[in-house]
Design a protein. Structure first.
Length: 577
RNA sequence: CGGGGCGUAGCUCAGUCUGGUAGAGCGCACGGUUCGGGACCGUGAGGCCGGAGGUUCAAGUCCUCUCGCCCCGACCA
C-alpha cells in the first residue's frame, strides 16, 4: 500500500482527552479516532492491527477445536427473559425498541443466543462436545468508559462457548482454551500472566483471567514469585495472616466501656486505647439485595466486597447509609460493634475469631468496648474469609510473601456450568436415555483491548514499537528526496519487488521533508524500516533499521528484498509460531 | 450515580478573575527560499467562543438551566 493512497493522519500533539499512553499513541498515530465516549472508529491503520490480532485468534481457536460463526449484535428481549438476565442485568445492558415497540438489546455477550443455537440442533451426548466462537462487536453501557480502546462501551470481542455432556469433558476444553489463550498472547509477544479470577455475574465455578502486565492496568493482581500462584485481588486467598500482637491491657471477665470522644477511625481508636490496630474489630454494615449484614474484620485488614458478595450470593452490595447504621446498631457510624448487636446477620472473618482480646465499638456515641472476647461476648452467625489480600501476606499455596502487580485484563475464561442450559432447557439425552442440561464453558478475549495492551507494553517516547505480529505493516519503505527522479525510480522499483515478494510493506511516497517522515515512522512504529534517499543511492545503497533499536545498515539495493526477508524471519524466529 | 475538572479555528491552547471590535502556535491553501530527524519568509482561508435563557448600553467573559467530554470511585473483554 502507498501512504498517499491509504488514510493515515498523524497528530503532532497528544489529544487533550487521552490519559494513558496507548490511547494517546493510537490517536496520534492515526489508528483510531473518537466518535463519542467509549465509542471509536478503527481507522485503516488501526484496523489492520486489529485484523491481524483477529487472525491469530482464529488460528488458535480452530486449533482448540472451535468453529467460527457470527451472531447478531441486536438480540430480542425474550431470550434474555428466558435466562433471567433481562431483569438481572443492570443499566449496562443497552435496551432498545423497534418500530413495533418490541424490546431488544444490543448484545453485551451472547450466552443466550448461542444456547438457543445449540439446543435447536444438539439432542444427544453423541453430538457433544460443541465449541463455537465469534469475533464481533459488543456493547456494554459502562458506567465509566475510559482509556480509549482499553475500556470502550462498544468494543470488539472474541467470545467462545463450549457445551459438554459432563464436567470432565468441559475440563478438557477449558484446558485447551487456556492453552490457546496462552499461545495467542505469546504469539503477540506480550508479557502476560493467567490468574485465578472471580466469576462475576456471568456465573460459574472455575475461572481464569489473562492479565497483560502494565503499570496502567486497572486490575490488581496478587502473585507469588516463589510458586507462581496468581489471582485477581478480588479472588485472592492468603495463607494464615500474622496473628495480632499480645493484648497490652489487663484481661477482664466482661467488656468495659471507654469514653472515646470523636474517635471513629481504627487508627485513632487504637492509639487512644493504647492497643494495636489488629486488636480492633472493625464492624461494617452492608446492604445487600434483601438484607443488611454486619461484617467483622480485624482492624488492620480490609473487607473484600467481591468475596462478601459471593458469599451472600447477591447481585448488589453497598455500605449501609449512616441513617441505616444508626437504626440497626443504635449508635452512629464509627462506633458499631458486635456485642449485643441483634436483628442482623453477623459475618466474621476468621482473623476476628482468632483474637484473644479485642476492642470494638459499643454501638453508642463516643464509646468503645475493651476486653471483648469473641465467642464469649458475641457469636457471629458465619465465619468466612472476606478479607482483601495485600502485598506481603503469605501465599496460600507455599506461604511465601505475595506481591502486588497491575494488569490489564485481556481475556477471561469461565466454567459456566448449567446456569444457561438449565434456564433455557438446553438439554441432551445421555447413554441411558436420560435428559440432562449441557455443561457450558465460555471464553472471552478483548481484541482491541489486547492491541491497546500491546502498545502499553511496547512503546518509547517517540511512539509505538509494534511486536511484529500486530504491526499494521511489517515494513515501511520511506522515500526521501522525492523530487529526484533517480530516487523515485529506485524506490518505486524496490516497492514493486517487495510487493512481488509478498512482503507486508507500506510505501511512504509522500513528498514530505525527511524529518516529518522519520517522525511518523517512529510514531507509528513499523518494525522494519527501509530508507531510500539520494545519499545512499549514490552508492547503490539503501538503509535498513529496526524500530526496536540497533544500528542502521546499508544494503545494496539489489540485495534488499532478500535482506528484508531474512530480517523478518529472524524476528519471527523469536516468537512462537 | 457521588466527587473533581474542561468545552474558544481541523489540532494544542491563551483570553473569562476585572464585561468594551475573537487571538497564538501547529495544520491547511498560494508564492518564494529550502530539503537525511517535525524548515524559513510572505500572503490567505478558516469561529453562532458547546446549546438555551437571563442580567447589561454592551457578554467568550457575569447569572440560571442544559448538553458533551475527561479524571477519581463502584462495573468489566
Amino acid at each position: 500500500m502507498r501512504w498517499s493512497r491509504t488514510f493515515i493522519h498523524t497528530l503532532r500533539q497528544d489529544p487533550a482527552d487521552a490519559e494513558v499512553v496507548s490511547h494517546k499513541l493510537m490517536t496520534r498515530a492515526g489508528l483510531i479516532s473518537k466518535v463519542a465516549a467509549g465509542i471509536y472508529n478503527s481507522l485503516p491503520l488501526g484496523w489492520r492491527s486489529i485484523d491481524k490480532m483477529s487472525d491469530i485468534i482464529r488460528e488458535e481457536m480452530e486449533k482448540a477445536g472451535a468453529a467460527e460463526l457470527v451472531m447478531p449484535a441486536v438480540q430480542p428481549a425474550e431470550y434474555w427473559e428466558e435466562s433471567g438476565r433481562w431483569a438481572e442485568y443492570g443499566p449496562e445492558l443497552l435496551r432498545i425498541k423497534d418500530r413495533h415497540d418490541r424490546e431488544f438489546c444490543f448484545g453485551p455477550t451472547h450466552e443466550e443466543i448461542i444456547t438457543d443455537i445449540v439446543r435447536r440442533s444438539i439432542k444427544s451426548y453423541r453430538q457433544l462436545p460443541v465449541a463455537l466462537y465469534q469475533i464481533q462487536t459488543k456493547f456494554r453501557d459502562e458506567i465509566r468508559p475510559r482509556f480509549g480502546l482499553m475500556r470502550g462501551r462498544e468494543f470488539l470481542m472474541k467470545d467462545a462457548y463450549s457445551f459438554h455432556a459432563d464436567a470432565e469433558d468441559l475440563d478438557q476444553t477449558y484446558r485447551a482454551m487456556k492453552k490457546a489463550y496462552c499461545r495467542i498472547f505469546e504469539r503477540c509477544g506480550l508479557g502476560y500472566t493467567p490468574v485465578e479470577a472471580d466469576t462475576g455475574n456471568i456465573g460459574g465455578s472455575e475461572s481464569h483471567e489473562f492479565m497483560v502486565l502494565a503499570d496502567t492496568g486497572e486490575d490488581a493482581i496478587m502473585a507469588c514469585p516463589s510458586c507462581g500462584y496468581g489471582a485477581n485481588v478480588e479472588k485472592a486467598q492468603t495463607g494464615p495472616v500474622k496473628a495480632a500482637p499480645p493484648w497490652p491491657l489487663a484481661e477482664s471477665e466482661t467488656p468495659s466501656s471507654v469514653h472515646t470522644p470523636e474517635m471513629r477511625s481504627v487508627e485513632e481508636v487504637a492509639e487512644f486505647l493504647g492497643v494495636d490496630p489488629a486488636h480492633l474489630i472493625k464492624t461494617m454494615i452492608f446492604e445487600s439485595d434483601e438484607e443488611f449484614v454486619a461484617v467483622l474484620i480485624r482492624g488492620d485488614l480490609e473487607v473484600n466486597e467481591v468475596k462478601l458478595k459471593n458469599h451472600l450470593d447477591c447481585t448488589h452490595l453497598q455500605l449501609a447509609s449512616e441513617a441505616k447504621i444508626e437504626q440497626i446498631t443504635g449508635g452512629p457510624q464509627g462506633f458499631s460493634g458486635p456485642v449485643g448487636l441483634e436483628g442482623i446477620r453477623i459475618i466474621a472473618d476468621p482473623t476476628v475469631i482468632d483474637l484473644k482480646q479485642a476492642a470494638t465499638g459499643a454501638n453508642t456515641l463516643d464509646t468503645h468496648l475493651v476486653g471483648v472476647v469473641p465467642g464469649r461476648d458475641f457469636r457471629p452467625d458465619t465465619v468466612v474469609d472476606v478479607r482483601t489480600a495485600s502485598a506481603g501476606d503469605p501465599c496460600p499455596s507455599c506461604s511465601e510473601p505475595i506481591i502486588e502487580k497491575r494488569g490489564i485484563e485481556v481475556g477471561h475464561i469461565f466454567k459456566l456450568g448449567t446456569k444457561y442450559s438449565e434456564a433455557m432447557r438446553c438439554t441432551f439425552l445421555d447413554a441411558e436415555g436420560k435428559e440432562n442440561p449441557m455443561i457450558m464453558g465460555c471464553y472471552g478475549l478483548g481484541v482491541g483491548r489486547t492491541v491497546a495492551a500491546a502498545i502499553e507494553q511496547n512503546h518509547d517516547d517517540k511512539g509505538i514499537i509494534w511486536p511484529l505480529p500486530l504491526a499494521p505493516y511489517e515494513v515501511v519503505l520511506v522515500m526521501l528526496n522525492s523530487d529526484k527522479p533517480e530516487v523515485v525510480e529506485a524506490a518505486e522499483g524496490l516497492y514493486a519487488q517487495l510487493k512481488e515478494a509478498g512482503i507486508d510493506v507500506l510505501f511512504d511516497d509522500r513528498p514530505e521533508r525527511p524529518g516529518v517522515k522519520f517522525n511518523d515512522m517512529d510514531l507509528i512504529g513499523f518494525p522494519v524500516r527501509i530508507v531510500a534517499g539520494a545519499r545512499g543511492l549514490a552508492e547503490g545503497n539503501i538503509e535498513l533499521s529496526l524500530r526496536s533499536g540497533g544500528e542502521k545498515t546499508l544494503v545494496p539495493i539489489t540485495d534488499m528484498v532478500e535482506t528484508v526477508r531474512k530480517t523478518l524471519d529472524e524476528i519471527r524466529a523469536q516468537l512462537p509460531q
